[in-house]
Design a protein around this ligand. Structure first.
Ligand SMILES: Nc1ncnc2c1ncn2[C@@H]1O[C@H](COP(=O)(O)OP(=O)(O)O)[C@@H](O)[C@H]1O
Ligand SMILES: [Mg+2]
Length: 497
């Protein structure tokens, strides 16, 4: 089952063994909008821009003028409030209506608990609670900024952001860990989840599609840790990656060809190295008539083709039931007559199903894997297969991998914060028990400039005929491939400098 796919590497048979499937164009395949909106969470709140324009929520007051008793009361009222109301419904209401709703309930709670408070104190408490329940508090200004890639909150006293590949600390502070936890609670309640001591780990999503992870005390020792990967509506294109120096123009052409000619591709890289961005770029070069199925933990890809089915995993509910794993999705995909399967992030045993798909006629499937080099990526795939509990001999596992993966593309975030595509590497075969690879295109670091920026060159390694040459020829792309490789030769790139 896992022998080399077809004979695509035998020149004379290339075309014969790779008939272009001509999927029937279903009448119902209506064109999708150019930028599909992220799937709405169960109760979408107003987007950040309109949220900030809504009636102003009183700003949190400094800690100094509040007594411990005040905070104790506030947390009691807050706890009673979230037991009483459905925060996800509240999130869907107009701000004013939501405030009125909260006001009524808070007044009742104060009466039931018999707290002796003046009207002014009650108003203050109400404003404070509304701010936590209806807004993102101190996070608001960060959420409104487009230049931020990640927001990392480590307890109430420390918030870091990543801008242009660099992580920096901000002056944002939360009043206390309780306020931070309340905001986390509000975020996750929008997707119908809850974060507290009994379920302290939670993944969620903001209404704009940003990915959120919360890990709360007691697991997070110094207060809740909140991590937000901001959703960028306008995904970077290959042209922009060329502009930013992440790859050269000829390098970008090689990537386009790899995307178009249905190579099976694994994009490897560390966290935030640009894997998803690159995957999104590659999918742009897929032909319009292919049926594509995407599987993601949180929908980030924005495919432009008309015939796409988007699938998303589901975490377990509060009772720990109903989880749909990536593996479940990939397996199901195989029954959906896909021509290509695109897996957002391969983390575990689903790698086996993806490789199987690559191997059984779904050429052009793609996925990303967390690894720091193409070689490490191969090792990760082996260990992920082992995680699936298959007791296959190591050699067989390696054969499965070499039989399935054509190209590994390595994305790296360098120490100066720049992101580069550092390898385009082909998986060639086996020599003894070792998988053999060949680098087509690499980024060679030559030094550092005065400002500490890394200087390097993207160059081809002199291989004139990649193993996917016949595929390229079949798609009439071999001339372009040869030109791009030639233009990347060290002689050519050095002459150009
Ligand atoms: N080549 C690049 N140059 C500049 N910014 C990039 C580049 N690639 C990705 N980014 C930005 O970096 C952030 C993380 O990218 P992403 O593709 O989500 O990383 P990963 O999937 O590896 O975690 C995003 O905000 C994205 O816009
Ligand atoms: Mg990613």
């Amino acid at each position: 089952m896992f022998g080399k796919r077809g004979n695509e590497r035998a020149p004379s048979q290339g075309a014969a063994t790779m008939p272009r499937p001509a999927p029937p164009q279903p009448a119902s395949a209506s064109p999708r909008p150019a930028t599909p909106p992220p799937p709405a969470p169960s109760a979408p709140a107003a987007p950040a821009a309109t949220r900030t324009a809504a009636p102003p929520v009183p700003a949190p007051r400094p800690t100094a003028d509040k007594s411990p008793e005040y905070y104790d009361r506030k947390s009691q009222v807050f706890a009673a409030l979230i037991d009483t109301i459905d925060l996800s419904q509240l999130a869907g209401m107009e701000q004013e209506a939501a405030r009125e709703e909260i006001r009524d309930i808070v007044n009742d709670i104060i009466a039931i608990k018999n707290f002796a408070m003046s009207i002014a104190e009650q108003e203050e408490l109400l404003a404070d609670i509304c701010n936590d329940v209806l807004g993102y508090g101190p996070l608001e200004p960060l959420l409104a900024r487009d230049d931020i890639a990640d927001i990392m909150v480590n307890g109430s006293r420390q918030t870091f952001i990543e801008v242009n590949g660099k992580v920096e600390e901000t002056a944002i502070r939360f009043r206390d860990n309780q306020q931070l936890l309340n905001i986390c609670q509000r975020i996750v309640s929008q997707v119908g989840r809850r974060v507290d001591e009994t379920s302290p780990i939670c993944d969620a999503r903001l209404p704009d599609g940003s990915r959120v992870n919360v890990i709360a005390p007691p697991l997070a020792i110094d207060g809740a840790a909140l991590t937000i990967r901001k959703f960028k509506k306008d995904k970077l294109t290959l042209d922009q990656l060329v502009q930013y120096g992440s790859i050269t123009q000829p390098g970008a052409e090689i990537l386009q060809i790899i995307g178009r000619v249905r190579c099976n591709v694994v994009i490897s890289g560390g966290t935030g190295s640009g894997k998803t961005t690159l995957l999104n770029c590659l999918t742009r070069y897929i032909d319009e008539d292919e049926r594509i199925i995407t599987c993601e933990d949180s929908a980030e890809l924005q495919l432009q083709q008309p015939h796409v089915v988007r699938l998303e995993t589901r975490p377990p509910n509060i009772e720990g039931e109903g989880e749909i794993t990536m593996r479940d999705l990939v397996k199901n995909c195989l029954r959906m007559r896909p021509e290509r399967i695109i897996v957002g992030e391969v983390r575990g045993p689903e790698v086996f199903d993806l490789l199987q798909a690559m191997n059984t006629g779904h050429d052009g499937s793609m996925g990303t894997i967390h690894a720091n080099s193409p070689r490490e990526c191969l090792n990760r795939m082996e260990s992920m297969i082992a995680m699936g509990g298959y007791s296959l001999p190591s050699r067989t596992v390696k054969e499965i991998i070499t039989g399935s993966v054509d190209v590994i593309i390595q994305a790296t975030r360098l120490r100066d914060g720049s992101r580069r595509i550092t390898h385009i590497t082909e998986v060639i075969g086996m020599e003894g028990d070792v998988i053999t690879t060949q680098d087509l295109f690499v980024y060679n670091i030559v030094g550092e400039d005065a400002a500490g920026r890394i200087v390097g060159r993207h160059q081809s390694t002199g291989i004139g005929r990649p193993a996917f040459w016949d595929r390229a020829r079949y798609f009439n792309e071999e001339q372009r491939l040869a030109r791009a490789l030639d233009a990347s030769l060290p002689e050519a790139t050095e002459a150009a400098i």
